[in-house]
Design a protein around this ligand. Sequence first.
Ligand code: 5GP
Ligand code: ZN
Length: 113
Amino acid sequence: MQADCIFCDIVLGKRSAEVIKQTGGLVVFKDIKPKAPIHLLIIPKKHVKSIIELVGEDRELVSDMVYMAKDMAEEQGLQGYRLSINVGREGGQVVDHLHLHLLGGWNTSQPDL
Ligand code: 5GP
Ligand code: ZN
């Protein structure tokens, strides 16, 4: 865990969030400012700053995040969706705790993001 990390605080229950699912290694919760009708964040409980800081032992963690996104999308009844990971400030990352965005629920076939 990392001090001054809002997502670590959510993992620890020190910051409130609409948590949808928890496993041994992951937490899934609703984004506070949704950019799509369904906007979930899938995060590892382990504090990893970004994709840049990944190490070999995180391979399974990242795989688990993608499979969790697939399962959550199925649970939410999404036929299609967008998965994204912002990396570093230049990549639009604001929160320095690795997270996978799951966005969907648009009525049109071309999401306007
Ligand atoms: P980033 O730009 O770092 O990839 O995305 C960070 C996301 O976290 C943003 O979509 C933002 O709305 C969301 N977010 C920031 N702070 C909080 C919070 O305290 N709670 C929740 N649920 N989402 C947050
Ligand atoms: Zn953290």
